[in-house]
Write a protein that binds this ligand. Structure first.
Ligand SMILES: [Zn+2]
Length: 335
C-alpha cells in the first residue's frame, strides 16, 4: 500500500531465511482483513509504502537450521503474530503478547512467498496436504476465525448463555460460529445486511437485531427479560460498537472485545456502574489453532464461507475496493 486507497502489486525481493528459526512458505491463499481497511481509509498511518497482509496458509519451502518441528512440504497455518510459543506469556495462552513476537503484517502475507519468523512456535501443520476446498477455511483460522473464537471465549460464551455479537464482518460472523460451537443456548447477531444475516443464521444465530446504538441495546434487553445478554462479543472497534456491547451486557456478564479500537472512549463512571467483565485485545490465535484446524479438517465447521469474493493476487486493489465498499464480506487472494 502506497497510501490511502493506493494498492499496487509489484515484484519485491524474494523472502529468504534470515534467522535460523525462520521458515519460508509458498502462500496458497491470502486475504484482505477488515483491519487493512483502517490504513486504506486513511484512519491509520503506515510507513508508506508498506507491505500488506497478515493472514496466510501455504506450503513450507525452506526452513532454517534450528527449526525442528516444521519441514519443507508441509501445509501450514500461522497466526498474524509470529511467536515463540515457549515464553511465560505464550505458555499462559496469550501468544499475541509473546515477549519475542513479530507482526506478520510487516512482512506482507499478501504475496506468493512469505518469511515466517519463529517457525516452530508460529506454524501449525495440517495432517496432510488439504484438498482445495478446505484451503479457505484453513486460511480463515489464521485470523478471522481465531479472533472470533477468542471473542467468544473472552465473553465466556457457553451452555445456558444468551450471547449477542456486535459486528457482522467476517470476525463477527465467525464469532457466531464459535459461540455456537461453545454451546450457547441463544445467539443474537446484530446486522442489517441480508446476506450477512443469512450467513449468521447458517452459523447458528437464533435471533437477528437490526437496530444499532441505544435502539440495538433496547432490542437485546427486550429479548432477555430486560436484563441484557450474559455475554457480548464486540467485533467492530468503534466507540458506538463498544458502548453498545457494554450496555447490552447484564450486570455480572462478560464482554469479549476483539475489534481493533479506533476512537473508543468509555466514561469511567459508565464502566463503574456497568458491573461487567471486560476482556479482549489482539487474539492469541495460536492458542486455538490446533483445535480449529482439527474441526476444519474433520469438516465440523466451515468458516471459509465468509470469503464471498475470490481474486488473483494481481487483482488485490480490486479486492480492497470491494471490501471498503462492503460489496464483499471478505476477499480471498490466490497468488
Ligand atoms: Zn512467547
Amino acid at each position: 500500500m502506497y497510501g490511502p486507497g493506493d494498492v499496487r502489486v509489484e515484484r519485491r525481493e524474494a523472502p529468504r531465511i534470515v534467522e535460523p528459526t525462520d521458515a519460508v512458505i509458498r502462500v496458497s491463499a491470502a486475504c484482505v482483513c477488515g483491519s487493512d481497511l483502517w490504513p486504506y481509509r486513511g484512519v491509520e498511518e503506515l510507513p508508506w509504502p508498506a507491505p500488506m497482509g497478515h493472514e496466510y496458509a501455504g506450503i513450507v519451502e525452506e526452513v532454517g537450521a534450528e527449526v525442528q518441528t516444521i519441514e519443507p512440504g508441509q501445509f501450514v497455518v500461522g497466526s498474524f503474530w509470529a511467536t515463540d510459543n515457549t515464553c511465560e506469556v505464550c505458555r499462559s495462552g496469550y501468544q499475541s503478547a509473546c515477549v519475542n513476537r513479530v507482526p506478520m503484517g510487516m512482512l506482507g502475507a499478501q504475496a506468493d512467498l512469505l518469511r515466517v519468523p519463529l517457525a516452530d512456535g508460529t506454524l501449525v501443520a495440517t495432517p496432510d496436504i488439504p484438498s482445495d476446498d478446505l484451503v479457505p477455511s484453513l486460511l480463515a483460522a489464521s485470523d478471522v476465525l481465531g479472533t472470533g473464537w477468542f471473542g467468544a471465549v473472552a465473553a465466556e460464551a457457553g451452555p445456558g448463555k444468551t450471547v449477542a455479537v456486535v459486528g457482522d464482518g467476517a470476525v463477527g460472523l465467525l464469532a457466531v460460529l464459535a459461540v455456537k460451537q461453545l454451546g450457547a443456548e441463544r445467539i443474537i447477531a446484530m446486522s442489517r445486511h441480508d446476506a450477512r444475516q443469512r450467513l449468521a443464521r447458517e452459523y447458528g444465530a437464533t435471533d437477528i437485531v437490526e437496530q444499532r446504538g441505544d435502539a440495538g441495546v433496547a432490542a437485546i434487553k427486550e429479548l432477555t427479560d430486560g436484563l441484557g445478554a450474559h455475554s457480548v462479543v464486540e467485533a467492530v472497534g468503534t466507540h458506538e460498537s463498544m458502548t453498545q456491547a457494554i450496555n447490552a451486557t447484564r450486570p455480572g456478564g462478560h464482554v469479549g472485545f476483539v475489534g481493533v479500537a479506533h476512537g473508543v472512549a468509555i466514561e469511567g463512571m459508565d464502566l463503574f456502574w456497568s458491573l461487567v467483565h471486560l476482556h479482549g485485545g489482539p487474539a492469541p490465535v495460536r492458542r486455538f489453532l490446533p483445535e480449529l484446524i482439527d474441526l476444519i479438517w474433520n469438516r465440523q465447521i466451515d468458516p471459509g464461507k465468509v470469503f464471498d469474493l475470490e481474486l488473483s493476487l494481481d487483482e488485490a486493489a480490486a479486492g480492497y475496493r470491494a471490501m471498503d465498499q462492503r460489496e464483499a464480506i471478505k476477499v480471498l487472494l490466490r497468488p
